[in-house]
Design a binder for this molecule. Structure first.
Ligand code: CAA
Length: 284
């Protein structure tokens, strides 16, 4: 297994900054890259804020928070990732963008270093094929909010080596996460199961089975989920849910994965969920 000391994170958005936070708190040195300086500054300030909140709540000591922050470096030039042992890409869920990032990372990052993607639905085999090191590429799918959620779903591309998969598993476990191993099929394990449930909640709403609030209350109180499926859809982003349903529908060629027309309509109307304060529910 490889020794991972320095982790690069591509993207300072919701997922990237969460991954960077748990990594520095687990003793890794982290280089967080974002091409947009304002996103980078916001991400770094957010991490600082989260660490301070944890001190106030006595989750960790001020000294530990300070030491963790010292392990974080922010850069707006991707070339600064060259010495990383593992780079975790957490950019926007867009195939062309991710393919381009992996081509660039492959040229920049030192030979033998591992590359991982936090993609929720794009094939790891295809991402790996953009590089000249496909055996060193794997999926590390973190859940949102990263500091709270205990899971990292590991995805093994066709060419991923045992050593790579075991090394990213060990890195995830060092971050306090449980690593489950999934094969590279559409939606992997989590979204293969979660998204059809969310989609079905939209069908129930569409067909008037119950109100949105009652569907959520039924699932929250009836099956002990922390959020109802419609609230969770808003939390994930309705556009993201639709994109993942499209991947399942196309990738598995089965009509049982067809996205609900109501979900499509919400997205067409620009109701993306919590991120723009309007989804199934309205957020003030
Ligand atoms: N970052 C860090 N910590 C956060 C946080 C964030 N964004 N949001 C909440 N927390 C922490 C809070 O600080 C609090 O910590 P303490 O208990 O230690 O004080 C704890 O989480 C609970 O928060 P709240 O009391 O504010 O709120 P809550 O009890 O309603 O929990 C929740 C909020 C943790 C988000 C909970 O509702 C939940 O678990 N929801 C389901 C989330 C989920 O399913 N995520 C996976 C989505 S799927 C995915 O990510 C993958 C994909 O590909 C689509």
């Amino acid at each position: 297994m490889q020794n991972i000391r320095i982790i690069g994170v591509v993207g300072a958005g919701q997922m990237g900054r969460g991954i960077a936070q748990v990594a520095i708190q687990s003793g890794f040195d982290v280089v967080m890259f974002d091409a947009f300086q304002n996103a980078l500054d916001f991400g770094a300030d957010f991490i600082k804020g989260q660490l301070n909140k944890g001190v106030e709540k006595t989750k960790w000591s001020a000294a530990d928070a300070e030491a963790a922050l010292k392990r974080l470096k922010t850069v707006n030039d991707m070339k600064a990732l060259k010495d990383c042992d593992l780079v975790i890409e957490a950019a926007t869920e867009n195939r062309a963008l991710k393919f381009d990032i992996f081509k660039k990372l492959d040229e920049i990052v030192k030979p033998g270093a591992l590359l991982a993607s936090n993609t929720s639905s794009i094939s790891i085999t295809e991402i790996a094929a953009q590089t000249k090191r496909p055996s060193l590429v794997a999926g590390m799918h973190f859940m949102n909010p990263v500091p709270v959620m205990k899971l990292v779903e590991g995805i093994r591309g066709l060419e991923t080596s045992d050593e790579t998969f075991n090394t990213v598993a060990a890195a995830a476990e060092k971050m306090g996460k449980t690593f489950v191993r999934a094969q590279d099929y559409p939606g992997f394990a989590v979204n293969r199961i979660l998204m059809p449930m969310i989609n079905e909640a939209f069908y129930a709403l569409y067909e008037g089975v119950a109100t949105a609030k009652d569907i959520d209350t039924a699932m929250k109180l009836g099956t002990n989920q922390p959020m109802g499926p419609l609230e969770l859809a808003d939390f994930i982003g309705l556009d993201t849910c639709l994109a993942i349903m499209d991947v399942l529908h196309t990738g598995l060629s089965d009509t049982k994965y067809r996205p609900c027309p109501l979900l499509k309509q919400y997205v067409a109307a620009g109701r993306f969920g919590r991120k723009n304060k309007k989804g199934v529910f309205i957020y003030e």
